[in-house]
Write a protein that binds this ligand. Structure first.
Ligand SMILES: [Zn+2]
Length: 420
């Protein structure tokens, strides 16, 4: 049983994604040419924000973007009737070199000020369509300047957004990132092209007849996940001692001084949430964990993780050791009274732009830091510093699920251990 927590980036945006409309070029083009349509732009995965206002996305209009996005979503060539062939042209972006343009969905709220959902016709809801767009090319600079925009910092801007805009940012960033990074077919190396309004990519070899003596690309046959946006699950856990009064937190050398967070790690193929929690805590801190339970989850767009928050109870009588995988600089049991006082102090989770930069730099080689503000894979050749400042002065912010796990426990959650 989970804790029904709505985490930052999740739950807030009642964008109706209308995934069943992605197949229809006609419907997506209707949304694309809607004068109300809003476009959120990205360059190197940074969002376009209002100049001087890191926490406000600058949405562009159809008028702003229409000359630069190229043709609308493609329909099949005239006269094509073969069902398999027709599928290759479902809301496609052709030629393949067009910038990524992703249909995010429709804001069908009756009253955006209260987030109230409207009584909609679920087959054809009305509202404002939203699209995400890759604006990597300098040709965008003029309109961005004219509209008073600038490229925000991917992390600092995101944490300053309102919950609703944060959800749109996260969805758009993950999808633009995936499209930009997957321009070549993993099966045969040919170019790929976008279809389904930016939610699928296909091998361009499928658009041409197979050459004599050659095999059709492997990606065009059978079931596979080559061509769909990926979500990488990461478990992140608040590990308690048997009294529930202590939590195990760790830190990496590269993190801002005094910052400790929950342990975390990627779920590997063939593991359940519970298996991954037990393996990671053993590998990173030498602690065996007994019961584990799910708490809540959070989409984390750096680039496309799903954070799975859990609580677990450590077996009694163990000593922390960091030498198994040497990922952490330090790990300690912290008392609930100490963490409670940090949580209620206004500076304990304040992160400066400089701190965000540190985490951003680290995240380029390390998705876990990026995803969780939490422990991660040690880089090859990294020296482990043993004589370290062991004082905890900061816990993760509430916008990260690690911050939620820590707060849930600190604010009177001793009974958490009895639920395990
Ligand atoms: Zn291929």
């Amino acid at each position: 049983m989970g804790d029904n927590i709505v985490n930052f980036f999740a739950g807030q945006p009642p964008l109706n994604r209308l995934s069943f409309q992605r197949h229809s070029s006609e419907t997506l083009n209707k949304h694309l040419s809607d004068p109300k349509a809003q476009f959120v732009l990205y360059r190197e995965f940074k969002p376009l924000v209002k100049k001087g206002e890191a926490g406000k996305i600058l949405f562009l209009s159809l008028d702003d973007v229409k000359d630069k996005i190229g043709p609308q979503y493609t329909s099949s060539p005239e006269g094509m009737t073969d069902r398999i062939q027709l599928k290759l042209y479902e809301s496609a972006r052709l030629p393949y070199a067009l910038p990524a343009l992703v249909f995010l969905g429709i804001d069908d709220r009756a009253d955006p000020t209260t987030n109230a959902s409207s009584a909609v016709d679920h087959s054809n809801p009305s509202g404002i369509p939203y699209f995400a767009l890759d604006a990597a090319e300098p040709e965008w600079d003029e309109i961005i300047e004219k509209r008073g925009g600038e490229w925000g910092d991917a992390r600092a801007s995101a944490t300053a957004l309102t919950g609703w805009e944060a959800g749109i940012f996260a969805q758009g960033r993950a999808l633009v990132d995936w499209n930009v990074r997957n321009k070549f077919c993993p099966a045969c190396g040919s170019r790929t092209y976008s279809l389904w309004g930016g939610w699928k990519r296909n091998c361009t070899s499928a658009l041409e007849p197979v050459k004599e003596g050659k095999e059709a690309c492997f990606s065009t046959k059978g079931l596979h996940n080559f061509a769909y946006p990926r979500t990488d699950p990461v478990i992140i856990m608040g590990i308690l001692d048997s009294t529930g009064e202590k939590m195990l937190l760790g830190r990496q050398k590269s993190w801002p001084k005094g910052m400790y967070s929950c342990l975390a790690g990627f779920i590997e193929p063939g593991e359940s949430f519970e298996d991954a929690v037990r393996r990671e805590v053993l590998e990173e801190a030498g602690i065996e964990v007994g019961p584990v339970r799910y708490s809540s989850s959070q989409p984390w767009p750096y680039p496309a993780n799903l954070m799975v928050g859990c609580f677990g109870r450590a077996n009694d009588g163990q000593t922390i050791r960091l030498d198994l995988d040497n990922e952490l600089e330090d790990a300690q049991w912290f008392s609930r009274s100490l963490i409670s006082s940090l949580v209620s102090s206004s500076t304990s989770s304040a992160y400066t732009r400089e701190d965000h930069k540190k985490l951003e730099n680290q995240s380029q080689s390390d998705q876990q830091t990026s995803a969780a503000l939490a422990p991660s894979e040690k880089k090859e050749g990294e020296v482990v510093v043993t004589n370290v400042e062991k004082g905890i002065t900061r816990v993760p912010p509430e916008t990260a699920i690690a911050g939620q796990l820590v707060r849930l426990w600190a604010r009177g959650g001793v009974e958490l251990v009895s639920k395990l």
